[in-house]
Design a protein around this ligand. Structure first.
Ligand code: SF4
Length: 327
């Protein structure tokens, strides 16, 4: 872990959704979307959060910002308890924590011009006193994300996917946040455009000293942008490590399987592909013990009975596996 105090600190975060049934509409099950996640994000770093669709990574990001109410757990941002914050304090926290969505088209109001979309945040947070100040700031923000300011009178449908994502980034930057949750921001884009948006995010991080939680379902996307990477499986973090350690020496069998699917640029190097059995289990009835045991190629009897805790194996590398923890 870094020496600095974390900007965001999450302990034992849970988000359960009740499933009702029967004539009385009583709760019959819980879907454990997030099931005891603990992690820290330090100022200026990028933490990659990776896992298959439905593993709870987006829900984790949204709970951290209180866009979704967590069921339990502690979230501290800049020392403040996010779960107990209300009213104007919560609005101030939301200004410091922004989100960029996977589908920029769905997150941009199609009836508003780009100017209105970006200026809205300035109005809500009273960051520009006059119309002229707002206009100047919109122009500055569009230039910052590499868009021509004269496009500000156009509507979202007049832009390409990559340009729309730049508009989403400009809107997030408008309020000068400290942390941005990037929720699969390049998954819907062509590979060549993905690289441009990732480069832009890296430049902005350096320029504005931003901290990122970068959510993706693919380890190849987060490799270059992340300082550390957390891998999630069925609502739990199963491995967390500095990016270069995780790529060089993955320790959890699930991370090994995810990495085996990542292409290596050097054709002389080959990685053995590990194909996992079955699909991600239903979170309504997660497997007992280690959630990964039905798909794990090295599972042992203990794995069906006891959930392995996230344990430090060497400097800054933590893994949740009974067999991969040094004794
Ligand atoms: Fe596999 Fe067991 Fe480790 Fe889970 S605890 S990853 S089932 S070996």
């Amino acid at each position: 872990m870094s020496e600095t105090q974390p900007l965001l600190s999450v302990r034992n975060l849970r988000k359960y959704y009740g499933i009702t049934g029967g004539l009385m509409g009583r709760k019959v099950h819980d879907v454990r979307a997030v099931d005891g996640v603990s992690l820290d994000i330090h100022p200026g770093e990028t933490l990659g959060l990776v896992g298959e669709s439905g593993c709870g990574k987006s829900t984790t990001g949204r709970c951290m910002m209180r866009l979704i109410e967590p069921s339990a757990g502690e979230i501290r941002f800049n020392g403040k308890d996010v779960t107990k914050t209300e009213g104007h304090e919560l609005r101030a926290l939301r200004r410091d924590m922004q989100i960029i969505f996977q589908d920029p088209f769905a997150s941009l109001n199609p009836r508003h011009t780009v100017r209105d979309i970006i200026a809205e945040a300035l109005v809500i947070h009273r960051l520009a006193a006059t119309r002229a100040e707002r206009e100047d700031r919109v122009i500055e923000l569009l230039e910052t994300v590499g868009l021509r300011p004269d496009l500000r009178t156009r509507f979202p449908h007049e832009f390409s996917g990559g340009q729309r994502q730049r508009i989403g980034i400009a809107r997030a930057l408008a309020v000068q946040p400290k942390l941005i949750v990037c929720d699969e921001p390049v998954s819907a884009l062509d590979v060549s455009i993905q690289a441009q948006v990732i480069n832009l995010l890296e430049d902005l991080q350096e320029r504005f000293n931003l901290t990122y939680l970068f959510i993706a379902h693919d380890l190849s996307v987060v490799e270059h942008i992340s300082d550390r990477i957390a891998v999630m499986y069925l609502g739990r973090v199963v491995e967390i490590a500095p990016a270069h350690d995780l790529y060089r020496t993955p320790q959890h069998p699930y991370t090994e399987a995810l990495l085996s699917a990542v292409p290596i640029p050097d054709p002389k190097l080959k990685r053995k592909r590990i194909v996992l059995k079955g699909e991600l289990p239903n979170p309504i009835r997660p497997p007992t013990g280690c959630h990964f045991h039905p798909r794990c190629p090295i599972a042992q009897p203990i794995c069906t009975k006891e959930a392995p805790p996230l344990t430090q194996t060497n400097a800054n590398h933590h893994v949740a596996c009974h067999l991969r923890v040094a004794v």
